[in-house]
Design a protein around this ligand. Structure first.
Ligand code: MSP
Length: 513
């Protein structure tokens, strides 16, 4: 039997100069949703997240906090791990760039680039932003309060030092070919065009080492030089896949990665530098970089200085984990910017979850419990109306899957909720409560049909709301090995005749205190 197809998805690795906030939680949540979806859809998934611990920014933050860099890294990296557990992420590996496996991997990639003639020693004279860990050309800079700043608003400093360079300028044509021939390597399309025009504007060779700080991975053979933090950081994706052991089963299976998920601010590093480094080392670049948008808070940019940073731990405490997961993925078309708005969150919880799905499940299952002696009834002869709604739920997966293929995350949820709404229409239209006395067989058929719809919806929503979906599936007594997407559709109907437990509501209404 052929093995399962593979799927490798990565989050950016998070800087340890900052504690986790909603933006970090968001990127990883999107990956968790996609990873869980693919696992249920029969893929062998590797889902990677972790922390980016080297570089000048971290070195400076540690100094400011009166700690050694590794003390700061240990502390903050642990906080990111806690966030990952708290948010119920299903990552398979958590990488730290201070690990030995990563040093070996970075040095191997460097050596390969050098052997292939893509790295040379020269002198760098130009602008650098520690906050962005990025080099900027004079023409890219802007003015703020009489000072030169990066286009991101970050301060820049003039740097002049000996540096190794990567011959990025030699990769313009190959990169443009790469975007052209493989049309979905960068999504959304608007982002791809952004990267293409940057490349068309001409590429300068990239400084890839520094001598003015120590906190990083030394250049092999010249440890006065520390690798540029982005070459170090990007390589994490290969380290976790087993690089430099390219013959290993893991590397063979998972490389090239299927998706690097990133925020729009770090697109250039992933869609331009990274494929160029890899092609220069004779390694295939990832199949896709997806750049998502940014969250604002009640219309304002989120920033430490404005004091409006949203703490994921706190909003989950207040609204509930699955509720927050659903809101973040449903509210904003994935790829666009979004606004975190309290009222919008409450509306989603009360309308989509409590009213639409919650009520449908609770009303129909309680009715079975009360009116059918707590035993799941068998359906009688199906009417055309029953058949229509069952056909609709049976054919949901391919539609949802099409959205997942292009990371249209909110659309995938919208598609499921359209069915929830139709199912509510079906239930209300059939009035099973009125059939108890007049036609109990018909009542049983309607209730069974509704329970079967709930079974399929609960299977489909496992990636977004794993705990709530599990509660629904437990109420329907679906065994653990019958919760995969292979159980969707008409070939695996809900069993009849089992005894139910008294159904408990899964999606409470949110009442503002
Ligand atoms: N360390 C680099 C990534 C290296 S990957 C090889 C980095 N780290 S970060 O911690 O600053 O940011 C990580 C991710 O969080 C980015 O994808 C960024 O877009 C995302 N977000 C940070 N703030 C955000 C919002 N306000 N909204 C949405 N996402 C945001 O960059």
């Amino acid at each position: 039997m052929p093995g399962k197809p593979s799927f490798y998805i990565t989050t950016p690795i998070y800087y340890v100069n900052d504690i986790p906030h909603i933006g970090h939680a968001y990127t990883t949540l999107a990956c968790d949703y996609l990873a869980r979806f693919k696992r249920l859809d029969g893929f062998d998934v590797m889902f990677l997240t972790g922390t980016d611990e080297h570089g000048q920014k971290v070195e400076k933050s540690a100094e400011a906090a009166g700690m050694t860099p590794i003390e700061l890294c240990d502390k903050v990296s642990q906080r990111f791990r806690e966030l990952a557990d708290f948010m119920n992420y299903s990552h398979d590996d958590f990488i730290r760039t201070t690990e030995e496996r990563h040093k070996i991997s970075c040095q191997a990639l460097w050596t390969k680039l050098e052997e292939n003639g893509h790295i040379y020693l020269d002198k760098y004279a130009g602008w650098y932003s520690v906050r962005d860990e990025a080099f900027y050309g004079e023409g890219e800079l802007e003015e703020k309060d009489g000072e030169k700043v990066a286009p991101t608003g970050a301060p820049v400093e003039w740097v002049e030092e000996e540096s190794y360079f990567f011959r990025l300028s030699a990769w313009e044509d190959r990169l443009l070919e790469f975007y052209e021939n493989l049309p979905q390597t960068v999504l959304p399309n608007s982002r791809k065009n952004e990267v293409k025009s940057f490349v068309k504007g001409g590429l300068r060779d990239l400084s890839v080492s520094r001598t003015s700080f120590k906190w990083g991975i030394p250049v092999p053979g010249n440890d006065k030089h520390i690798m540029y933090v982005w070459i170090d950081a990007l390589t994490n994706y290969m380290t976790a896949a087993g690089y430099p052991d390219m013959d290993s089963e893991k590397f063979q299976k998972f490389w090239p990665a299927d998706i690097h998920m990133v925020g729009k601010d770090i697109l250039r590093f992933h869609a331009l530098y990274w494929p160029a480094f890899l092609m220069a080392a004779d390694i295939d670049p990832a199949k896709r970089v997806f750049a998502h948008g940014w969250w604002t808070n009640e219309g304002q940019k989120i920033s430490k200085s404005l004091g409006n940073v949203i703490d994921p731990f706190q909003i989950v405490e207040e609204f509930g984990l699955d509720q927050v997961r659903y809101f973040l993925m449903r509210e904003v078309p994935f790829g666009n910017d979004g606004d975190f708005n309290r009222q919008a969150m409450i509306n989603r919880i009360n309308s989509d979850l409590a009213n639409d799905l919650g009520n449908l499940a609770q009303r129909s299952l309680s009715m079975i419990f009360k009116n059918c002696d707590g035993v799941m009834p068998s359906p009688g002869k199906l009417t055309d109306t029953d058949k229509d709604i069952l056909t609709a739920v049976d054919s949901l997966l391919p539609k949802v899957r099409d959205h997942i293929e292009v990371q249209a995350i909110s659309k995938s949820l919208e598609t499921i909720w359209k069915l929830v709404s139709d199912a509510n229409g079906y239930f209300a239209g059939q009035e099973p409560w009125a059939l108890k006395k007049t036609d109990p067989d018909r009542m049983a058929t309607v209730l069974y049909t509704t329970a079967e719809i709930i079974r399929q919806i609960a299977i489909l929503i496992q990636p977004i709301m794993p705990d709530s979906a599990a509660k629904l599936l437990d109420q329907l007594k679906i065994p653990a090995d019958e919760r995969g997407f292979d159980q969707l559709g008409g070939d695996h109907r809900l069993a009849s005749g089992f005894e139910m437990d008294k159904p408990e509501g899964v999606f409470p209404r949110f009442v503002d205190q």
